[in-house]
Design a protein around this ligand. Structure first.
Ligand SMILES: NC(=O)C1=CN([C@@H]2O[C@H](COP(=O)(O)OP(=O)(O)OC[C@H]3O[C@@H](n4cnc5c(N)ncnc54)[C@H](O)[C@@H]3O)[C@@H](O)[C@H]2O)[C@@H](O)CC1
Ligand SMILES: Nc1ncnc2c1ncn2[C@@H]1O[C@H](COP(=O)(O)OP(=O)(O)O)[C@@H](O)[C@H]1O
Length: 257
């Protein structure tokens, strides 16, 4: 894990570290945008660019975010996109992001709104991060069927979408598009079952993609760090998703020290 995590070289600058774009949030769910940015800022990219209707909420909490009024295609260069947390019904933004020739992480509403063929024809990597309910909807089966056969479900989704799939839950599974071994992460804690913790994970994984990790490594490393950060944050007591995000640096140090 330590070898996977990006570290800035002596001559690095913010652009060389990678810029991650976050297309998330809506009038109904501005918090999902804030939480995705909170994860992205701790994930190794040199800058976080935000597009969407929650720019004021994002800036109020994280003034270092580069907020754009334009849509994804005109927002400026990024090395990876995260699209979907709290996005509501903005299918046009999801379609625009999927056209970008950089890695894309699809989460939450982005999973529902993405056209299957638009994902399948992408040549840059796609990382999808469903929970069991979302995975079931994508496969057209009941949630219990996914929960009873999680390994088969993650493999099937990866094959059908030709994408890397990270299936969230008490353990997290990461399957690449080409078959082969599925990675299992068990660093988490049930205290992570709190609203918005998935949004933190998607920002973190997107940031690792922007920093240059492949989709399977970005998903695995994000799940590992997120689980550890959840443990540090909770330490036996209930916490909010923002608490998890704030402990990511400690989880990172735990891996690299
Ligand atoms: N702070 C925020 O702004 C947050 C926004 N979020 C956004 O909220 C939207 C919906 O996300 P979800 O993951 O909830 O979507 P889901 O589609 O998983 O949740 C809705 C479904 O969960 C089930 N459900 C809902 N409440 C339940 C309850 N109390 N008991 C049992 N089952 C229940 C129902 O079957 C419902 O159809 C997404 O856009 C997501 O990104 C979430 O990420 C949470 C945090
Ligand atoms: N029982 C559990 N044990 C460990 N991790 C969990 C458990 N339940 C949920 N998680 C983790 O918490 C996060 C929840 O994400 P998600 O379901 O997308 O919630 P939200 O949409 O509210 O952000 C995921 O990373 C998931 O793996």
């Amino acid at each position: 894990m330590a070898r996977l995590l990006p570290a800035p070289a002596a001559e690095s600058d913010k652009y060389r570290r990678g810029v991650v774009g976050i297309a998330a949030g809506s009038a109904r769910y501005p918090g999902a945008a804030v939480l995705a940015v909170s994860g992205a800022l701790r994930g190794g990219a040199g800058a976080v660019r935000y597009v969407g209707p929650a720019g004021d909420a994002v800036l109020a909490r994280f003034p270092e975010t580069l907020v754009s009024d334009a849509g994804p295609a005109k927002a400026g260069r990024v090395q990876a996109w995260v699209v979907g947390p709290g996005a509501g019904d903005d299918a046009a933004t999801v379609a625009e992001v999927l056209e970008a020739d950089v890695p894309v992480l699809l989460d939450a509403d982005g999973l529902r709104l993405a056209e299957r063929d638009a994902v399948r024809r992408r040549t840059a990597p796609t990382l999808m991060t469903p929970h069991a309910g979302e995975a079931a909807a994508l496969l057209g089966v009941r949630r219990e069927e996914v929960e009873d056969a999680r390994l088969a479900a993650v493999r099937e989704l990866a094959a059908v979408y030709r994408a890397t799939v990270l299936l969230k839950g008490s353990t997290t599974l990461v399957a690449g598009p080409g078959g082969g071994p599925v990675r299992v992460n068990a660093t988490g804690t049930p205290w992570l079952a709190t609203a918005g913790s998935g949004d933190v994970l998607s920002g973190l994984a997107g940031s690792l993609l922007a920093a240059g990790l492949g989709a399977v490594d970005a998903g695995s490393a994000a799940a590992y760090l997120h689980g550890l950060a959840g443990r540090f944050a909770a330490d036996g007591a209930p916490v909010g998703a923002h608490d998890v995000a704030s402990r990511i640096p400690e989880a990172w140090r735990d891996v690299t020290d």
